[in-house]
Write a protein that binds this ligand. Sequence first.
Ligand code: C5P
Length: 232
Amino acid sequence: MKDVIIALDFASAQQTLSFLDLFDVEKPFVKIGMELFYATGAEMVREIKRRGHKIFLDLKLHDIPNTVKKAMSVLKGLDVDMTNLHAGGGIPMMKAAVEGLTREDGTRPMLIAVTQLTSTNQQIMEQDLLIKAPIDEVVMHYALNAASAGLDGVVCSPLEAGKVHETCGAHFVTVTPGVRFESDDKGDQQRVTTPLKARELGSDYIVMGRPITMAADPVAAYRRARKEFLGE
Ligand code: C5P
């Protein structure tokens, strides 16, 4: 199921809720990242859930398997729809995360992996992390690890979505930031695509922050994104 996810990159509950108040017809799928979560805590997640939004809780866990399992078990109680971790934590950590997140009835929120951060380049990988393989290979290898650990997908660029599907299967989900409208300033994103292009490239979920949150009319921008990406 494809959707447009709005990144709620706000620093306070008040800013976040005033933004969500703009939407009286739609209930967009939203992403809560570290900034908002650390500023406002679990109560913000509960409030947004009460308002009827789907939530991608983007906390990128990375720790020993036992700690990640227990942390995921706590997040399970927040009833979010999607959450994530770093594939760099390894397959045992990812398997533990799946266990921690799974509810008694066997269902669980979608769990996706970050492969290599887009801020990591070949030079950082080789010099700082001593990983010598080409970055594209590392990204696909981590995606395969995530699939084999039972995760549902990865965060990646829309430009990588096709390759991820080829490598890990059509049902392996691609959640893709770095999306801008044709007319937008790119901001600090280097390689960007439009919602329409992301659709053509096979993205399953696009994550858009500033092109919607900073727009003069955020509701119109959100509708435009849905129209281009979902063909609504
Ligand atoms: O404002 P913008 O559309 O650039 O926001 C994109 C969102 O996706 C931000 O929350 C950013 O942290 C997140 N993200 C990203 N690139 C990644 C992973 C996450 O832009 N590789």
